[in-house]
Design a binder for this molecule. Structure first.
Ligand SMILES: Cc1cc2nc3c(=O)[nH]c(=O)nc-3n(C[C@H](O)[C@H](O)[C@H](O)COP(=O)(O)OP(=O)(O)OC[C@H]3O[C@@H](n4cnc5c(N)ncnc54)[C@H](O)[C@@H]3O)c2cc1C
Length: 429
């Protein structure tokens, strides 16, 4: 037996070296816990194991507010054992390989786990190493990132102590989780600098590898107005390549009509959003999309079923679903996956269809949020009967107080919560 720890008794297959479960879930984050809880709510007799190496589960959406001094990092963390549904088995291990031809996953310690159905959701990989000098520079001298739990509190240190100069906020050339987060912290920094009376001697610069401010044009228009109001400089097609900590320079590859050139910008504070991709063990596996540098799990964008291995499903950040990688998207992906997996188990047609719903609460200042909700077609899909393109205090309250509560108490328990959000709004109107 390997050193993998199980918190609940394991069933073994006829092959005694191998664990076996009817459904194996890889990753006990937002996707893994939500989908497991929903499956067990439908049928408590399902035999489900979650393979998850971490003792802790994080509510990552609040790391933006941690970076703004408005939330404590400790309040974003709970013990994983308290998140895993009691009827599921926890295999405390990290998966390293997939053998979908033989319905097996293999952990880092060599433990084989067999399955009838597999759900893959180990999140996204932060590729810090792709920016030269970043790993050495981050966490000190004004270099920070809310994308690392260990650095989010340092973001607030740098904002709080900022004395003026260049404050740069970057966005990389890859898909990332929560595409709004790189600019949310910038708007909060702008507010904080004004309050600290250093905004007049500060330049806030948003350097994005992209060509637009936000993928959904209606929300983009609102953000452009906010950027003008806040007097923020935006530099498009600027892809951060290197941090020179000694001279406090950020080096960008800038795409122009004449080709790519290198540009250096001095920083006093830099919030870096690193490039991201699927975890390497997914990229290098038969489950990954072929010829796709992101290496995402290759699933049908509507059914969430693997395009080659029909007993495999995926949701969340590691999946190839062409939507905004958010916990909010998982809220709508999970019921589709559950419906389709249960249909497959009964040899029925897969009728569940995910429409690409995602939500990004675009915090535009302390007390202000645009609740950006949309689908694959970039249609606006507001949960509230209000113009979703407007900044609102009520949506700030939803982001700051309501969503964290709903995450821990409803979503991770496999329960729907649209009704709770509307009740909250009515209580405020
Ligand atoms: C700064 C920031 C701000 C954000 N803001 C928002 C927001 O406002 N709204 C929103 O909806 N979303 C937001 N998000 C995104 C949201 O947190 C993610 O989209 C969501 O957590 C993805 O869920 P997941 O299950 O795919 O991955 P995760 O929740 O990251 O979970 C992945 C799990 O897999 C485990 N794992 C990793 N490797 C292995 C392995 N080898 N074997 C087994 N398990 C493994 C990990 O330990 C982890 O528990 C934000 C994220 C960040 C960082």
């Amino acid at each position: 037996m390997s050193s993998s720890t199980q918190v609940k008794s394991q069933e073994t297959s006829p092959n005694s070296n191998k664990l076996y479960h009817q459904i194996v879930v890889v990753g006990g984050g937002a996707g893994g816990i939500t989908v497991t809880a929903q499956l067990l709510n439908q049928n408590k007799n399902l035999d489900i194991a979650i393979i998850e190496p971490s003792d802790k589960h994080y509510y990552q959406p609040a790391w933006t507010l941690v970076g703004a001094g408005n939330y404590q990092i400790e309040d974003t963390e709970k013990n994983e054992k308290d998140c895993i549904p009691s009827a599921a088995t926890w295999i405390k291990a990290a998966v390293e390989q997939f053998d979908p031809e033989n319905n097996l996953v293999i952990t880092k310690t060599g433990q084989q786990v067999g399955y009838e159905y597999l759900i893959v959701c180990p999140g996204i990989q932060l590729d810090w190493h792709l920016i030269k000098g970043l790993k050495e520079a981050i966490g000190k001298d004004g270099v920070t990132s809310n994308y690392g739990k260990e650095y989010a509190p340092y973001t607030w240190e740098t904002i709080k102590n900022f004395q003026g100069g260049n404050a740069i906020f970057t966005y990389p050339a890859t898909p990332i989780k929560c595409a709004g987060a790189p600019q949310k912290i910038m708007y909060l920094a702008d507010d904080a600098f004004r309050k600290q009376k250093v905004r007049n001697q500060s330049n806030i610069i948003y350097c994005t590898a992209g060509a637009t401010i936000f993928a959904v044009p209606q929300y983009g228009k609102s953000l452009e107005k906010i950027i003008d109001r806040k007097n923020i400089q935006v530099k498009y097609q600027h892809n951060l390549k290197e941090i020179k900590a000694e001279s406090k320079e950020a080096i960008f590859a800038v795409t122009t009509e004449a080709g790519v050139k290198e540009v250096s910008i001095k920083y006093d504070l830099i919030h870096v959003t690193p490039p991201m991709s699927a975890p390497d063990f997914i990229k290098n596996s038969p489950l990954a999309v072929k010829d796709n540098s992101g290496g995402w799990v290759d699933v049908d964008k509507y059914t969430l079923q693997h395009n080659v291995f029909k007993n495999v499903f995926s949701l969340g950040d590691a999946s190839s679903l062409p939507t905004s990688k958010t916990a909010a998207a998982i809220r709508k992906e999970a019921p589709t996956l559950v419906e389709n997996l249960l249909s497959l188990m009964e040899s029925k047609e897969l009728n569940g269809k995910y429409n690409g719903y995602a939500c990004c609460p675009l915090v535009t200042g302390y007390g202000k949020t645009i609740m950006a909700e949309f689908d694959y077609e970039k249609n606006l899909t507001p949960s509230f009967p209000l113009d979703p393109t407007k900044e609102r205090y009520s949506m700030w309250l939803v982001k700051r107080y309501v969503l964290p509560w709903l995450y821990w108490n409803r979503m991770l328990k496999g329960k729907a919560f649209e009704g709770d959000m509307l009740k909250f709004l009515h209580s405020k109107s």
